[in-house]
Design a protein around this ligand. Structure first.
Ligand SMILES: [Zn+2]
Length: 299
């Protein structure tokens, strides 16, 4: 009963009215009016170091999906950036070696793209447990290989309703998701959306559900380079609005493992650092790829 002091009849009355008439009463402390939000950033862009620091200042966490061969290349994050991002309480996940459509590859190549990428990221000292499909390309074989490479989850970029996209889709993913290797998300953010589309998607979400948002680069106006980039001002407006409205963020793996959000407000998800790093079941994946070739079109 935070906020209620003995002898404070007015506060008690307000609280009781809030319980009896929740639609008109004040929001109770800690009330979940919005879904749990996971902000995810793909493709290793150098701008994500700034993103990580802005979110940390706001007491939020995010998941950054990176391609190991890009690490240290011009315009991309380097190893020090990634370690700093993790140290701020964020998560670094894998996104394959070459960022190609996995469905077009045979299983041996799928294993290489996913497992070799994860092993390279682990060798950098990163705690890599979440994966995202490049170009939203996946199938039964890729779902299985992701799991065999030691990942706990895989994020798509589809399955949640957005403007002009899948009106019959749900507004949020479930917690826990029905298939952790096919996590449904808002389609990739497009620069014509602007901040209001994101605000509306969060406001429309089930307070018990999970809204996963997919971002790529962040840039300044006029931002003509990428259709999928978010303008810096739109991103800052989103962060300010989320903070003012108490929208809770968690990394993808915090949601998958059911870890508590960052309740002490230090930007680091409670308990998240206590989880052991899972090693890839690489040998099993390689054995399987040697004897089972996915039929054309299936992978
Ligand atoms: Zn990508």
């Amino acid at each position: 009963m935070r906020g209620v002091r003995s002898g404070n009849g007015h506060r008690l009355l307000v609280l009781l009215l809030g319980i009896l008439f929740p639609a008109v009463g004040p929001a109770a402390p800690g009330a979940h009016r919005y879904p749990t939000v996971s902000l995810t950033f793909d493709d290793t862009h150098a701008s994500h170091r700034w993103v990580a620091e802005v979110l940390h200042e706001a007491g939020m966490v995010a998941t950054f999906y990176v391609n190991s061969p890009r690490v240290g290349e011009p315009d991309y994050l380097d190893v020090d950036d990634l370690l700093a991002i993790e140290a701020l309480g964020h998560e670094v996940g894998g996104h394959t070696l070459r960022h190609v459509e996995l469905e077009d590859l045979d299983e041996k190549e799928v294993v290489r793209e996913i497992c070799d990428d994860r092993e390279a990221l682990l060798s950098m000292g990163l705690n890599v447990r979440a994966f995202a499909y490049p170009r939203n390309s996946f199938g039964p074989t890729t779902l299985r290989v992701v799991e065999e490479c030691g990942y706990l989850s895989a994020r798509t970029a589809e399955g949640i309703t957005a403007p002009n996209d899948c009106p019959s889709c749900p507004r949020t993913e479930a917690i826990p998701p029905p298939n952790p290797f096919r996590i449904r998300a808002l389609p990739s953010y497009r620069k014509e959306w602007g901040f209001p589309v994101l605000r509306d998607a969060i406001e429309a979400g089930d307070p018990e559900g999970w809204l996963v948002v997919v971002f790529h680069d962040v840039c300044d106006a006029p931002c003509t380079k990428y259709n999928y980039a978010i303008l810096r001002d739109d991103f800052l407006n989103l962060v300010d609005w989320m903070r003012e409205n108490g929208v809770r963020t968690r990394t993808v793996t915090q949601v998958i493992l059911g870890l508590e959000p960052d309740e002490d407000g230090d930007g680091v998800g409670d308990e998240v650092d206590n989880c052991p790093t899972m090693r890839p079941r690489r040998a099993a994946a390689q054995r399987r790829s040697g004897r089972e070739r996915a039929p054309p079109g299936e992978a």
